[in-house]
Design a protein around this ligand. Structure first.
Ligand code: ADP
Ligand code: GLC
Length: 484
C-alpha cells in the first residue's frame, strides 16, 4: 500500500524530552509508523534543555527567523532538524527562545497558552515553507489541539494544506489548556467566538482540547475503557457532551510498549538480565536496588515499587492512611520514585522517615532508577483514580513485577485479576476508589506472594503478555487510511 505523509506533533517526544508517558508514546508512534513505510515528520518545541543536550541539530534553510504574530506579540521562529536516532525520520524542532527558553517544559507563566499556539502555528507555517503537504496531522493532547480548527479556517484554502486531515489523540483529558476569553486575539482567527464553544465563551473561557474534539477529523484516546469512561461519565471532565456530539465516536487504541527499551533480557540499565526461563537476574537486581536505596530489608521480603508523577490522578490520596497501617501489620518493603505535588512528596518523605529501612523515597526524575524498580521489585503499585492508559503496569508485567491496579482506563485493559484456583490472571485489580479497596488489594497480593508456587505461576503469566507496538500501530494505520 502507498506510503502516507504523516506529520506528528507532540509537546514531548522521547528521547528528546519526557515528563511522562506522552513522550514514550510519541517516540514509539513515529518509529513504528516509519516501520510501516510511511514518511514521518515529527515536530516538537525546541526547549532550552533540548538545545543544550543536542548540539547535532541543524538549521533548516528557508525556515529561519520567520515572523509569526500571536495576538499583539510578534515572535520569530526558526526550524531546526535532526534524524530521529537510528532512523531516517525527519525530526523538526520549533526554535523560539522567547517562549521555550524556560527552566521547565511546562510552566505556569501567563503566556503558557501562547507557547503552544506558537508551536502549532509554526508547525503549519513550516510545512508551507518546506512545501510539505501531509495527508495527516496527528495532534496529541491540548497543546496542539487547535490545529484541526486552523486547518478548517486559516489554512482552508491553502493549496498545500487544505486537504490534510487531522487526528487528535487524547492522552489525558485532565489537562485541557483552558485560557481566558481575553486571550481570543491570540488565536489569530476572525470572529473567534463563532468557532468556539458558546457555553465556555459565556463563562469567559476558551478550551483548546474541546475545540480539538469538535474539529478533528478523528479523535482517539489511549485505551478502549478510557474511551468509554470519558464519553459516559465524570471522567470526561466536562468533555462528555462534546465527545458524544461527534458523528464518529472517540476511538480507544491501547498504547503499546517499546520492548527495545523495556525488556529485562537486554535492558542496559539493569545490574543483571533475566528472562522467564531463568529469573536469577531478577533477584540480583533486587539486591542491588535494596543496597543502592539504603533499604534494610532481606531479599526474601516482598518489595513493592512505585514510579509515578505525584499528581492527584495517580491515587496517592488512597495511601495516606493505608500504607502506615499496613506497614505496621504486614511484612514488606516499599520503594517510591516520583516527582510532583509537595503534599505527596511530604507524605512519602515522612513515611520513609517513620519506617526507615523498610521504606525509601527518591524525589525527582531518574530514568535508570525507574528501570531498576521495574526489575528489582516484586510488586508494582498503581492505584490511579483514573488512567487513560498507563505504561508502568505493562512494563511491570514484562519484568515479572506483579501490578496492583485499579479497575480503570488502560489499567483495566491490560491487567487481569489473578485467580489462584485456576492460575489465570496477571495481577491484582481492585474496583472502588477508596482506602479499604486498596488495602484489600495489597493484602491479597502479599498473601499470593507467600505461596511460592502460585507466585511463580503469576509471574510467568505476567511475563508472557505481549503489548508490543506492532499490534497497535496497524490500528492507527487503518484509521489514517480511512480518513484520506
Ligand atoms: P503518565 O504519563 O500519566 O505519567 P504513564 O504510566 O503513561 O503515566 O507513563 C509514565 C512514564 O514516565 C513511564 O515511562 C515512567 O517510567 C516514567 N516516569 C514517571 N515518573 C518518573 C520518575 N520520577 N522518574 C523516571 N521516570 C518516571
Ligand atoms: C498520559 C496518561 C497515561 C498514558 C500516557 C501516554 O500521560 O496519564 O495514562 O499512558 O498519557 O498515552
Amino acid at each position: 500500500m502507498s506510503a502516507l505523509k504523516l506529520c506528528v506533533l507532540s509537546s514531548e517526544i522521547l528521547p528528546y524530552a519526557k515528563t511522562g508517558g506522552l513522550a514514550d508514546v510519541a517516540g514509539a508512534l513515529v518509529q513504528n509508523l516509519r516501520l510501516l513505510g510511511h514518511d514521518v515528520y515529527a515536530f516538537m518545541p525546541l526547549y532550552s534543555a533540548v538545545r543544550a543536550a543536542h548540539p547535532e541539530l541543524q538549521p533548516v534553510l528557508g525556515v529561519q527567523r520567520v515572523p509569526l504574530s500571536i495576538g499583539d506579540v510578534q515572535y520569530r521562529f526558526s526550524l531546526q532538524s535532526a534524524s530521529f536516532p537510528g532512523t531516517d525520520i525527519a525530526m523538526y524542532f520549533i526554535d523560539c527562545p522567547a517562549v521555550y527558553d524556560r527552566p521547565a517544559y511546562y510552566t505556569n507563566d501567563p503566556d503558557e497558552h501562547r507557547r503552544f499556539l506558537l508551536f502549532t502555528r509554526a508547525t503549519l507555517e513550516s510545512c508551507r515553507r518546506l512545501a510539505l503537504a501531509p495527508h495527516i496531522f496527528h495532534c496529541n493532547d491540548w497543546h496542539t489541539a487547535m490545529l484541526p480548527l486552523y486547518l478548517k479556517t486559516l489554512y482552508a484554502s491553502d493549496p498545500l494544506l487544505s486537504r490534510a486531515r487531522s487526528v487528535l489523540t487524547i492522552h489525558n483529558i485532565g489537562y485541557q489548556g483552558v485560557m481566558p476569553a481575553a486571550a481570543a486575539a491570540d488565536l489569530g482567527l476572525d470572529h473567534p467566538e463563532s468557532w468556539l464553544d458558546a457555553d465556555d465563551w459565556a463563562l469567559g473561557l476558551i478550551n483548546p482540547l474541546k475545540t480539538g474534539i469538535v474539529f478533528a477529523d478523528a479523535v482517539t484516546t489511549v485505551s478502549p475503557t478510557y474511551a468509554r469512561e470519558i464519553r459516559e461519565g465524570p471522567l470526561g471532565m466536562g468533555m462528555q457532551a462534546a465527545l458524544r456530539a461527534r458523528k464518529e465516536p472517540v476511538i480507544g487504541i491501547l498504547n503499546g510498549v517499546d520492548y527495545k527499551d523495556w525488556d529485562p533480557r537486554h535492558d542496559p540499565h539493569l545490574k543483571a538480565h533475566f528472562a522467564p526461563q531463568d529469573l536469577r537476574g531478577k533477584r540480583a537486581n533486587k539486591e542491588s536496588l535494596i543496597a543502592a536505596t539504603r533499604l534494610d530489608t532481606p531479599a526474601a521480603r516482598p518489595l513493592i515499587g512505585m514510579v509515578t508523577r505525584l499528581a492527584e490522578q495517580k491515587g496517592i490520596d488512597l495511601l495516606f492512611d493505608t500504607l502506615p497501617a499496613m506497614l505496621q501489620e504486614r511484612d514488606f518493603g516499599l520503594l517510591v520514585l516520583g516527582s510532583g505535588e509537595p503534599r505527596y512528596v511530604d507524605f512519602f518523605a515522612g513515611l520513609a522517615q517513620r519506617f526507615a529501612g523498610r521504606v525509601a523515597f527518591r524525589s525527582g526524575y531518574d530514568e535508570t532508577l525507574a528501570h531498576l524498580i521495574e526489575a528489582g521489585s516484586d510488586i508494582f503499585l498503581m492505584p490511579s483514580r483514573y488512567e487513560p492508559c498507563g505504561l508502568n503496569q505493562m512494563y511491570s508485567l514484562r519484568y515479572g513485577t506483579i501490578p496492583i491496579v485499579r479497575n480503570t482506563g488502560g489499567l483495566a485493559d491490560s491487567v487481569q485479576h489473578f485467580d489462584p484456583s485456576t492460575s489465570t490472571g496477571t495481577g491484582c485489580v481492585f474496583n472502588d476508589y477508596d482506602a479499604p479497596a486498596v488495602r484489600w488489594a495489597i493484602g491479597t497480593t502479599l498473601d499470593w506472594y507467600a505461596v511460592p508456587e502460585s507466585w511463580q505461576r503469576l509471574m510467568q503469566n505476567a511475563m508472557a503478555q505481549d503489548f508490543s507496538w506492532t499490534r497497535q500501530i496497524v490500528k492507527y494505520d487503518s484509521l489514517y487510511r480511512a480518513l484520506v
